[in-house]
Design a protein around this ligand. Structure first.
Ligand code: SAH
Length: 510
């Protein structure tokens, strides 16, 4: 019994079957407070990222190679960590209480007298039914569902499973961990009277962008699965509801389904793009290629901010420019009123949106989102005026040069941008070298150059051969890509991240 006011230190959290969006809100809350996370191998990086950077993360595989021998080590690790006073999250695939020995992990915590919490998750059967496109129950097809382990040998005398009852079960059968014994499992069901022509499916990596669904009659299923080379994790679904899939396969019909997309923006600025890619059915992998930081020297910025009264226009050419400028304004003890008399110009919709977050409406947003258009739109309006250009420490000089012809321009670097050394994310680099990335999104010329200059030669080859496609945000970014000798597969017609994704979807459908 948990003592009054005692807060549980351990949470067994279901991470869902694969898609990073299929974790519960409570699961995320637990992760956000975690100091130690022990996770199953297949849990998405995106879910692990909810834990604070300071939290220690350990994959259960680090506890030992042998699956069966790992349970006591997992139990002991949870107990030790909780006794050290840390907030512990045990992050498990699917639901913690469906197979996968979550029950036994919870029992060990009970026996150790530790308070714990169990956060349910979307179990594989539920995730897969939605994403492969068949209901598990249906008024005309199935009034019951059985979740069954396929891990037990059908011929085993002490098996807890009654194969004759399973063969007669009046509903849908879902087998977990059954791939390795698919043939015996199907054989036993048919032997016990299950019709050999019952519709059946095997679903590999369900709910992820790499989900594969193969359907066949029950009798044919082992052969179909073997010929297709299906690998774990896979679920076996048996029942007439499988035939409804043709009508309902929404998940696999999405434009970027099955595509792996490299997102190359700084990590804290790519969330929106990652979510859009996932909503289009793709898998987003993040590899930041430029780093953003405060400028080395604030003195010119501070001087400009203190003299804002002298400026007629303030021009922002990026979201970062807006963010750093206003942070500094606040740091200096000033507020929006310091800009009250200024006109504001921005380069594109994202920058406009960043301004609106400060309750400021841009006075000028050019039709095309590039420096040339911004200069052309400003030129007729700023004759004789005083302009402040807030931008990065590197970039085009075009705006300053053009506008200086008619106005007095002060340019300040409100942030600094430099090339990042590519992270040593082993799996990601391997995927790039093996041609397993479909698209690389390049959302500025700096980003393009930073990545392409460091690209390993194997990855370059995949791009040259058209297996990995570079998709650029604008003609300027495309020119930067071509300057490295690599081909541009697609270019946004509107110079925004949405434009990049549209171009990508067109390439994916082509
Ligand atoms: N607790 C988990 C199940 C653990 S047992 C849950 O509730 O889902 C592991 C088995 O789950 C695998 O062998 C496989 O049969 C199934 N499984 C888990 N994730 C899956 C996925 N994304 N696609 C297909 N099967 C999956």
């Amino acid at each position: 019994m948990q003592a009054a006011y005692e807060v549980s230190r351990v949470a067994l959290v279901g991470a869902g079957p694969g898609h990073p969006g299929l974790i519960t809100l409570r699961g995320i809350e637990c992760l956000q407070q975690a100091e130690f996370v022990l996770y199953d191998r297949l849990v998405s990086e995106r879910i692990l990222a909810y834990a604070p950077e300071t939290a220690e993360r350990k994959c259960v595989e680090e506890l030992g190679p042998c699956h069966a021998a790992r349970l006591p080590l997992i139990q002991q690790t949870l107990i030790d960590q909780a006794r050290q006073g840390r907030r512990v999250v045990r992050l498990k695939g699917g639901d913690p209480m469906i197979f996968g020995r979550g029950g036994e992990e919870a029992q060990a915590l009970c026996e150790a007298g530790l308070a714990f919490e169990i956060v349910p998750g979307v179990t594989a059967a539920l995730g897969i039914a939605s994403c492969a496109g068949f209901p598990l129950t249906h008024r005309q097809h199935a009034s019951a569902v059985a979740l069954v382990t396929g891990h037990e040998q059908p011929e085993k005398s002490d098996s807890l499973l009654d194969w004759s009852a399973l063969a007669r079960f009046p509903g849908t059968l879902v087998f977990y961990m059954g791939l390795a014994r698919l043939e015996q499992l199907v054989g036993s069901l048919i032997e016990q009277g299950k019709p050999a022509n019952t519709p059946a499916a095997v679903v590999e990596r369900g709910t992820t962008s790499r989900q594969r669904t193969l359907t066949a009659t029950l009798e044919q299923l082992p052969r179909t699965a073997m010929e297709a080379g299906v690998q774990a994790p896979a679920l076996i679904v048996i029942g007439s509801i499988v035939s409804l899939r043709e009508q309902m396969r929404w998940f696999e019909s999405r434009p970027l389904f099955g595509k792996r997309v490299l997102v190359t923006r700084p990590r804290d600025q790519c969330q929106d793009m990652v979510q859009r890619i996932e909503a289009l059915g793709g898998e987003a992998l993040v590899l930041p290629t430029v780093q953003i930081s405060p400028p080395n020297d604030w003195s010119l910025v501070d001087q400009a901010i203190r003299q804002l009264a002298n400026f007629d226009w303030v021009v922002f050419t990026s979201v970062n420019g807006v963010r750093y400028f206003f942070d500094r304004l606040r740091h200096l003890g000033r507020d929006l009123r310091a800009l009250g008399h200024c006109q504001l110009a921005v380069i594109g919709t994202a920058t406009a949106e960043a301004l609106r977050k400060f309750h400021l409406q841009p006075d000028l947003l050019p039709e095309q989102f590039n420096s040339e258009s911004l200069a052309a739109a400003l030129l007729p309006r700023v004759g004789g005026k005083r302009l402040l250009l807030a931008r990065a420490d590197r970039g085009l000089e075009l705006l300053r040069e053009e506008l200086s012809q008619v106005a007095s321009v002060t340019q300040v670097a409100v942030y600094s941008q430099h090339d990042a050394t590519l992270e040593s994310d082993h799996e990601l680099l391997l995927a790039m070298q093996q041609g397993e990335i479909d698209f690389i999104s390049l959302t500025s010329s700096n980003i393009a150059l930073a990545l392409l200059r460091q690209l390993p030669s194997e990855s370059r080859r995949w791009i040259e051969q058209g297996r990995t496609k570079l998709v650029s945000i604008s003609p300027r970014t495309s020119a930067a890509i071509r300057s490295t000798g690599l081909p541009v597969a697609g270019e946004a017609s509107e110079y925004t991240t949405e434009g990049v994704l549209k171009a990508m979807c067109e390439l994916a459908q082509a």
